[in-house]
Design a binder for this molecule. Sequence first.
Ligand code: HEM
Ligand SMILES: *[C@@H]1O[C@H](CO)[C@@H](O)[C@H](O)[C@H]1NC(C)=O
Ligand SMILES: *[C@@H]1O[C@H](CO)[C@@H](O)[C@H](O)[C@H]1NC(C)=O
Ligand SMILES: CC(=O)N[C@H]1CO[C@H](CO)[C@@H](O)[C@@H]1O
Length: 324
Amino acid sequence: MGVRTGLMLLFLVFMVLQTGEGQLSETFYKTTCPEVESIVRKVVTQKFNQTFVTVPATLRLFFHDCFVEGCDASIMIASPNGDAEKDAPDNLSLAGDGFDTVIKAKQAVEQTCPRVVSCADILAIATRDVIALAGGPSFKVELGRRDGLISQASRVAGNLPEPSFNLTQLDTIFAKNKLTQTDMIALSGVHTVGFSHYSRFANRLYSFSPSSPVDPDLDPTYAQQLMQACPQNVDPRIAVNMDPVTPQIFDNVYFQNLVAKKGLLTSDEVLFTNAASKPTVIDFANNPGDFNGAFITAMRKLGRVGVKTGQAGEIRVDCTAFNS
Ligand code: HEM
Ligand SMILES: *[C@@H]1O[C@H](CO)[C@@H](O)[C@H](O)[C@H]1NC(C)=O
Ligand SMILES: *[C@@H]1O[C@H](CO)[C@@H](O)[C@H](O)[C@H]1NC(C)=O
Ligand SMILES: CC(=O)N[C@H]1CO[C@H](CO)[C@@H](O)[C@@H]1O
């Protein structure tokens, strides 16, 4: 082979190692661990049968993992010093059941296919499974992610959306992860399950503006209910359902709530109040099929964010610790 070809090849290898971004595939473990999806589904179903919290906990874990360092299970790492990704203030409310689901599924997979399946892929499969268990759409999940080697609380800041964000800020942070506004709106539909703590929406009830303490974009009856559930200076551990109508079903009612001015977070309601995103919200509220289709597209794209493939990263043995 000529010098030119050799250099080209070297360059290509270098590029692949540099970015670590390769192709994910639905059949990645076809020969190395064909049972992986059925093993994970069984563990997730068992956990779901014990507690519904498994659903929101796993979903939010996946989102936060992907937006910080990419979908590489960096969020799973435990640290004795409390300075790992999961210890950042934004994670204060990550429910333990999400971590527990992934740890248990990994332990089960290790029995059959030791050191073959990444924790990042197990989290992706478990996330797909909890959506279906809660009544949401089912879809094929792409696999082949490797586990990351960095997990630092200090690297979380600025990478996750805040509940106070306006549409421009939401668009920007999702675009950074190669997700469009439509992807962002569809993914926000995950707030059809799960809870929010009082502190994340308290400003909308008590201190919105000097002339109007209650956010005018909140339905007055809903605002009253929220104030009853969350009086001022309530115990900060109090949390309320984000979908007040069907909190335990993964459906498009979240979008119907936005139309009815019953979006809990400012970042939820803005999707309806801003004219640029309003038509998509109305479409998803009226056509569950449109929501499901856009949601599946967006979830698969979310699962590709910053993935490590090939030789990058590692296949962790214990999801909560780097291999030493
Ligand atoms: C669009 C921007 C988003 C913002 C500003 C946002 C913000 C929040 C906030 C403030 C909470 C309440 C947390 C608490 O107080 O415990 C929450 C809960 C939740 N978020 Fe989001 N989120 C966004 C998008 C997403 C996406 C894309 C997903 C998943 C794909 C997601 C999944 C969840 C889940 C499942 C919960 C409930 C957690 C639980 O019940 O334990 N969120 N989100
Ligand atoms: C979960 O519960 C359902 C319904 O009660 C039951 O059919 C199923 O066998 C359970 N699955 C597991 C894995 O525990
Ligand atoms: C959104 O928030 C950013 C930061 O606070 C601000 O600069 C921008 O003007 C806001 N955009 C809209 C449309 O309100
Ligand atoms: C589930 C989890 O690890 N939560 C941690 C999130 O971060 C706070 C500190 O900001 C920890 O106290 C929590 O244990």
